[in-house]
Design a protein around this ligand. Structure first.
Ligand SMILES: Cc1cc2nc3c(=O)[nH]c(=O)nc-3n(C[C@H](O)[C@H](O)[C@H](O)COP(=O)(O)O)c2cc1C
Length: 427
């Protein structure tokens, strides 16, 4: 006789065999972990296609959403000295297609769209259907650019026009990440968490204000030049960009820093590799185009110092009943969890790969050595990368907040958050 197990699923009572019980539990755990609590997003779209699309799941119902705020974030991404001609053509504007009504989220999937204003000039080249006759100007890319996805992407996806690769590899995709990040920032703001970023190095020129606090950095939020606090360094950076771009036909990299203030202690977890917030932040920031290293706090400088000069001593404020730190060299993270101090994440950007001073490449058909293709391009994009970094850090923090405090509505999430705050006060 086969054993049956009786379980209740909400209002339903089910009799299941052991094998079916097992698969039902896997389904429930999967659904619980990946659909309900998780804030997830996907982007779609090509650089010169019709539009960029983003879909978001996992925001609570009742979150106030401002279109103006999202558009302002998109504007910030388009600023910065050293950007190429495209930023002048496009003024990005988001459209929310689903999931928001009368200024508040409904709790279901949200679809966002940013149209490419430049798409009109690319209609035939990017057409979904095959052109009836070969195009006069097909804009085919056959000389892969060193430092870009062109060649490897062409080999891997078996494409003979490398435009099929560069259209998706382009950092234009990060427009949608900034729109999604703006949604995440609006959730975080409800819990008193704010983000800002600044440029701390451009080429070889360093800002002397790399240790500035959140409020100072935040005051530069709408700066449209370089978002650098050290104005003497900023002037030198501008001159360096002019020299690279105008005189040398070259490009520059640099370092941006993102600071998040107001994070509660305890986002992320020490208990398994995938739940460590430091790892999640590194992945999120490293996934930004051209970022080649990620640093948390003073992680790089700390390796050369003895432990006594690195670790942040623990303090206690009896009146406020809060633990604190005497310094913040750890960048607000210990054991893969936020510790309540400012979260500080740095992204190191390589110089832009498309150069007017063209590098050597190989024609993918004839195998002839010649100069790489050139596509309209930035001299540097460090300030914009900082805005994208803010978006990615905001997304990771929003994910951690949703995981920890859950809730179908903002009110329910807030109740859970406040309960936890009280529990921490009583520790
Ligand atoms: C905001 C931003 C703008 C960028 N603009 C350009 C550009 O105009 N030209 C270019 O060749 N690369 C640009 N990049 C970098 C490339 O997208 C990136 O180097 C390329 O996709 C290869 O990826 P990888 O550098 O991460 O390996 C930009 C990156 C960012 C973050």
């Amino acid at each position: 006789m086969r054993a049956h197990y009786t379980i209740s699923l909400g209002s339903k009572i089910c009799r299941l065999r052991l094998r079916d019980l097992y698969s039902s539990l896997v389904h429930i755990i999967h659904h619980h972990e990946f659909s309900i609590m998780h804030f997830t997003f996907t982007t779609a779209g090509e650089s010169h296609g019709r539009a960029l699309i983003g879909t978001i799941e996992g925001l609570p119902a009742g979150l106030p959403i401002s279109l103006d705020f999202i558009n302002h974030e998109l504007w910030r991404r388009q600023q910065g000295y050293g950007r190429g001609g495209r930023m002048k053509i496009e003024t990005d504007q988001v459209q929310i297609l689903t999931g928001v009504r009368h200024g508040e989220t409904l709790g279901g999937p949200i679809a966002l769209m940013v149209e490419n204003r430049d798409a009109g000039n690319w209609g035939e080249v990017m057409s979904v259907t095959k052109p009836a006759v070969p195009l006069e100007r097909d804009r085919k890319v056959i000389r892969p650019r060193p430092g870009h996805a062109d060649l490897v992407g062409g080999m891997k996806y078996d494409r003979r026009d490398l435009r099929d690769i560069l259209e998706r590899a382009s950092a234009r995709e990060t427009t949608m990440r900034v729109a999604v990040g703006a949604m995440a920032k609006q959730l975080l703001a409800e819990f008193g968490i704010g983000l800002a970023s600044h440029v701390i190095q451009l080429g070889e020129i360093k800002s002397a204000a790399s240790d500035a606090g959140f409020e100072q950095i935040r005051a530069l939020y709408d700066d449209d030049v370089l978002r650098c606090l050290d104005k003497a360094a900023e002037a030198a950076m501008i001159a360096r960009i002019d020299k690279a771009g105008i005189e040398d036909g070259d490009t520059l990299g640099g370092i941006f820093e993102i600071v998040a203030a107001g994070c509660p202690a305890g986002l992320g977890s020490h208990t398994s590799w995938s739940s460590k917030l430091d790892g999640q932040l590194a992945q999120a920031v490293m996934s930004i185009h051209a970022v080649k290293a990620v640093e948390l706090g003073e992680g790089v400088a700390n390796v050369a110092l003895p432990g006594s000069q690195v670790h942040d001593e623990i303090t206690y404020d009896a009146a406020a009943r809060t633990f604190g730190r005497s310094s913040n060299r750890a960048g607000g993270l210990e054991g893969g969890m936020t510790n309540g101090a400012e979260l500080r994440v740095r992204g190191y950007l390589k110089p832009i790969a498309t150069l007017r001073k063209r590098l050597k490449s190989v024609h993918i058909e004839t195998k002839e050595v010649l100069e790489a293709d050139f596509e309209r391009s930035d001299v540097t994009a460090v300030p914009a990368a900082g805005v994208i970094g803010e978006a990615m850090v905001a997304i990771v923090l929003a994910q951690a907040m949703r995981e920890k405090f859950g809730g179908d509505s903002l009110r329910e999430m807030r109740r859970n958050f406040e309960g936890y705050q009280q529990q921490v006060l009583e520790y």
